[in-house]
Design a binder for this molecule. Structure first.
Ligand SMILES: Nc1ncnc2c1ncn2[C@@H]1O[C@H](COP(=O)(O)OP(=O)(O)OP(=O)(O)O)[C@@H](O)[C@H]1O
Length: 617
C-alpha cells in the first residue's frame, strides 16, 4: 500500500544507522532493495525520499531521479552531495518540496522548471551554486518558499512575479543590479550581502512570516507532542468534569424556575425583563422571513435550557420549547458596544442572509437587559467538537472527503458573507466551533457579524488567539483579510487535527500556524497531517495542496492574503484537479464517499434548506 510505503520510508530514513557516512550508490541500492519489498520495485510509487544528514556524497547519478516519477518530497539536506544537477533533475513531475540545502552542489541552477508545476518549496541554500537565477523560476506558480542564500549566484535578480511566494532568501550571493518591484514586499534581509545597486533598508524589516521557533530534535518534538496530548487530554477531562458539575447544578436550579438565567437571579431577572418589556411594549422577538418558528419571548424564557458553552460574546444555550415542539440555540450576548439602532441594523443585515453555507439567524431580541439571538440547533455539534472531542476514548474519525467538504462549504459561506452589505460585511469570528456540517458533510458558518459590534468578554487566549490575524489587536477591527487568515487557520486545523493553540499546562504555548511553518521549513511536511488521514490512500497530493492554501491564507501581511473568492476556487480545485489523477472510485478504499462535485459558488441557491441535522423536536 502506498501509505505503508510512505510510513516505512519515513521509518527507514529515521532508523538507518547514522554513524558512518554512506555513499550514494550504497544508499540508493539499500533504498531500492528495501522498496522492492513493499512495492515490487515500482519506483514510480515512491512519494517521499528523506535522507537528511546521511553522509551521502558524490554527485546525484543521472537517470535516478527521473525513475522516481511519483516523487513529491525529496529531502537530501545536510549531506555532502557534490557535482552539478543531473539532466533529469527537472523532470520530477509531481514534486512539491525539494530540500537540498547544506550540500556541496555546484554549477548553475536548472533552466527548465516546466515539469515542477506543483513545486511549493525549493531550498538550495548553503551550496556552491553559481550562474544566474533563471527567469523561468517565475513559471513555478505554486511556489511558496524559495531559499537560495549562501551560494555564489551572480547576475541580476529576475522579475520573480510569483503571487504565491511568501518566503524568499537570496542573501549572501554575488547578485548585482536593482531589485525588481515585484520583490519589494520581502524584507531587506532577503537580499543582504549581495552587490545590489540600491539601498533596500526601507523595505519591510520583518519577515513575511513570524520568526519560526525551530523544532528541537525530532524525537523530542514528537514525544513532547505526545506529552502535550496527554496533558491537554487530562486538563480537558478535568474541565469537562467541572463543566458537567456546574451544568448539572445550573440545570437543577433552572428546572425549578424554567428560565434562562443565572440560578440565583432567575425570578428577579424574569420579572425585570417582563417589566421592562411591558413598559415599552417591545416584548417581541423579531423573526426573520422564512422562519417557521412559532413561539414568543415568554416561551423562550420558560423553555428548559442547557448551557452549550460560553463564547467570546456571551453564553449559548440549547433551549427546548415544548409547546412549539422545537429546540433552538439561543445566544445571550454580553458586552454590546453599540446602541439599539445599530444593533438592529446589524441584525437586519445578518438576518437577511439566506445561503446554504451560512447559518440562518431566525430571530433576535433587544432590550436594555437582554440581547438574544436565536438559531436552529445543530445536533451534531460543531466542527471543533467533531474534530477534537473524544468519544469512547478516541477522537471521532473525520475522513478526508468530509474535511474537504467542510472546507469548501465554509469557504463558500464566508465568500457569501463578504459579498453582503455592499461587499463590506465581515464575519469576524471564524473558528471551528462556529462551523457546522450539513447532511452532505459540507461546512456552513455561524456567528457572523458580531465582532464589529461587540466587546469580547476578555477572552482567554485559547479561545480566539489562535485564529486571530496578527494585525487584529481588537476583535472589533476585524476585516475581510483577517477573516481569510482565520479561515487559513481552520484549514490547518482540518489538516493537522490540532487546535490552533495548545497550552499544555506549563508555560509553553504552541501556535498551530508557527508549528506548521516550522515543520514544513524542516521538510517534515508529511508530519503535519493528522494521523487519522494517513490511512486514506492517494490523498497526499490533495493534503499538500490544502496545506499550501492554508499557508497562503495565514500570510502575515493582510494585503498579501488572497481574497476569499480566490480561496473558494482554490479549495474547490483541490479535488477537481485531482480527480483526473486519482484512481477510479472502484479501486479506492473510500468508495462509500462520493466524489466532491460541488456546484460553482454562484449556483448555490439562496435557500438554507440544505442544512440538515438541525433539531426540530
Ligand atoms: N446553533 C448551534 N447548534 C449547536 N451548537 C451550537 C450552536 N451555536 C453554538 N453552538 C455551540 O455552543 C458552544 C458555545 O458557542 P458560542 O458561539 O457561544 O461560543 P464559541 O463558539 O465557543 O466562541 P465564540 O463566541 O467566539 O464563537 C460552542 O461549542 C458552539 O459550537
Amino acid at each position: 500500500e502506498p501509505t505503508e510505503d510512505k510510513k516505512a520510508l519515513i521509518e527507514f530514513s529515521r532508523n538507518i544507522n547514522h554513524s558512518r557516512p554512506l555513499n550514494w550508490d550504497e544508499k540508493t541500492s539499500a533504498c531500492s532493495s528495501w522498496v522492492g519489498v513493499t512495492c515490487s520495485d515500482d519506483k514510480s510509487r515512491i512519494i517521499a525520499v528523506r535522507l537528511p544528514g546521511f553522509g551521502l556524497r558524490g554527485p546525484i547519478p543521472s537517470n535516478t531521479l527521473s525513475r522516481l516519477s511519483g516523487l513529491q518530497i525529496l529531502s537530501l539536506r545536510s549531506n555532502r552531495i557534490s557535482g552539478v544537477f543531473p539532466s533529469d533533475f527537472s523532470m520530477l513531475g509531481n514534486i512539491t518540496s525539494i530540500y537540498l540545502q547544506s550540500n556541496h552542489l555546484q554549477g548553475a541552477l536548472p533552466l527548465d522548471f516546466s515539469s515542477w508545476k506543483n513545486l511549493s518549496i525549493l531550498d538550495l541554500s548553503n551550496n556552491a551554486l553559481n550562474g544566474s537565477i533563471p527567469h523561468s523560476i517565475s513559471n513555478l506558480t505554486h511556489l511558496t518558499a524559495l531559499y537560495l542564500e549562501n551560494n555564489s549566484l551572480s547576475g541580476e535578480i529576475p522579475d520573480l512575479n510569483i503571487p504565491s511566494l511568501q518566503l524568499l532568501d537570496l542573501s549572501n550571493n554575488n547578485l548585482i543590479g536593482s531589485l525588481p518591484k515585484s520583490l519589494h514586499r520581502f524584507p531587506s534581509s532577503a537580499f543582504a550581502r549581495n552587490h545590489l545597486s540600491d539601498d533596500y533598508s526601507s523595505l519591510a524589516l520583518t519577515p513575511a512570516f513570524p520568526p519560526i521557533s525551530q523544532p528541537k530534535k525530532k524525537s523530542t518534538k514528537l514525544s513532547q507532542s505526545a506529552i502535550l496530548g496527554i496533558i491537554i487530554g487530562s486538563s480537558t477531562l478535568a474541565f469537562v468534569i467541572i463543566a458537567i458539575l456546574i451544568t448539572a447544578c445550573f440545570s437543577k436550579k433552572q428546572s425549578e424556575s424554567g428560565v434562562i438565567d443565572k440560578p440565583q437571579k432567575k425570578e428577579k431577572s424574569k420579572n425585570k425583563l417582563g417589566a421592562s418589556v411591558s413598559q415599552n411594549g417591545n416584548n417581541r422577538l423579531t423573526f426573520f422571513e422564512g422562519s417557521e418558528l412559532a413561539f414568543d419571548l415568554e416561551d423562550l424564557l420558560s423553555a428548559s435550557a442547557e448551557v452549550l458553552g460560553k463564547g467570546t460574546f456571551g453564553t449559548t444555550y440549547k433551549a427546548a420549547l415544548e409547546e412549539a415542539n422545537n429546540t433552538v440555540a439561543v445566544k445571550r450576548l454580553k458586552g454590546l458596544t453599540v446602541g439599539r439602532r445599530d444593533f438592529e441594523q446589524q441584525m437586519e443585515i445578518v438576518g437577511r442572509i439566506r445561503h446554504e453555507n451560512v447559518t440562518p439567524l431566525r430571530a433576535y431580541f433587544y432590550s436594555k437587559e437582554e440581547k438574544l439571538m436565536v438559531y436552529d440547533f445543530y445536533t451534531q455539534g460543531s466542527v471543533s467538537t467533531i474534530l477534537h472531542e473524544k468519544r469512547s476514548g478516541n477522537r471521532i474519525n473525520l475522513d478526508w472527503e468530509s474535511r474537504l467538504r467542510i472546507a469548501i462549504g465554509a469557504a463558500r459561506g464566508v465568500a457569501h458573507i463578504h459579498s453582503q452589505n455592499g461587499g463590506k460585511l465581515v464575519h469576524g469570528n471564524i473558528k471551528a466551533s462556529n462551523v457546522f456540517i450539513n447532511s452532505q458533510q459540507y461546512g456552513f458558518v455561524s456567528d457572523l457579524g458580531l465582532a464589529t459590534i461587540m466587546t469580547p468578554l476578555v477572552p482567554p487566549v485559547m479561545r480566539v488567539g489562535g485564529y486571530r490575524a496578527p494585525e487584529v489587536t481588537d476583535s472589533r477591527k476585524a476585516t475581510q483579510a483577517s477573516d481569510v487568515y482565520s479561515f487559513g487557520v481552520l484549514l490547518l486545523e482540518l489538516l493537522t487535527g490540532k487546535s490552533p493553540i495548545h497550552t499544555p499546562g506549563g508555560q509553553e504555548v504552541i501556535h498551530l500556524v508557527k508549528w506548521v511553518h516550522s515543520v514544513v521549513r524542516e521538510e517534515w511536511t508529511a508530519e503535519v497531517f493528522d494521523v487519522q488521514l494517513l490511512r486514506y490512500p492517494n490523498i497526499e497530493e490533495e493534503m499538500v495542496e490544502m496545506l499550501q492554501i492554508g499557508m497562503t491564507c495565514v500570510t502575515r501581511m493582510p494585503e498579501q492574503r488572497p481574497k476569499i473568492y480566490d480561496v473558494v476556487k482554490m479549495v474547490e480545485d483541490i479535488r477537481r484537479v485531482n480527480t483526473e489523477n486519482r484512481p477510479s472510485p472502484e479501486t479506492r478504499s473510500d468508495v462509500s464517499t462520493p466524489a466532491v462535485t460541488p456546484p460553482p459558488i454562484a449556483e448555490i441557491g439562496a435557500s438554507s434548506s440544505g442544512q440538515q441535522g438541525k433539531s426540530t423536536s
